[in-house]
Write a protein that binds this ligand. Sequence first.
Ligand code: ZN
Length: 237
Amino acid sequence: MKSLYKYLFLIILTQISYGQSMNFDMLHGNNNPNLVGDSIKLEKRTFNAFKKMEKAALMDGIELKIISAYRSYDRQKTIWNNKYLRFTKDYNLEPEKAINEIIRFSTIPGTSRHHWGTEIDIIDGKYEVNDDEDVLIAEKFKKNGVFYEMKKWLDSNSENYGFYIVYTDDQKRKGFEHEPWHFSYKPISMELLKLFRKSDLKKVIKNGEIKGSEYFTNEFIEKYIKEYILDINKDLK
Ligand SMILES: [Zn+2]
């Protein structure tokens, strides 16, 4: 019984210490104090869990390669603004159409789960990527696709290490399209999602630095939060 109390006390202590190094700013991609790593940055517990999974995969002959992990607000803003310019200028799309095209796969800056350091996009490290090749294509993860073997391994093992698919292939799910490459470290990201929902998302989304944000109506923002942020794998909510 004594050891049970000790265990509970430790859990509470961990929660408190984690809570102290947490702030809304960090949830929106700025000043995250919990990151480790060089070119690929992750929240530290996510990093350790990934290292364990990576090692286990390697024992089975699978090379997991992270191609995207933590992303700052500024990085996401660059991605967004470049896409907005490409779709509106090069492809001549109306602003609303361009925005709907961008949010098939990319988030509005400030709302990316990649800001949290708990998310990873993975491909098979054995596969040689050409410079101009787009590797994050769902077909490549399906049967006969180059990443199928790796994907099968992840489907059977990743949850044992805490990593869950966010944007599932459930036909009834709305929001972002199916991303078989994107995994979230559940023990941390579930807590962060709770905090994230308490933040002033409307203010974050309606930011003048984001190209096209003048076309974000209240109706659009509400739909974006309900479908794109919250219609995810139910195991992560
Ligand atoms: Zn991703």
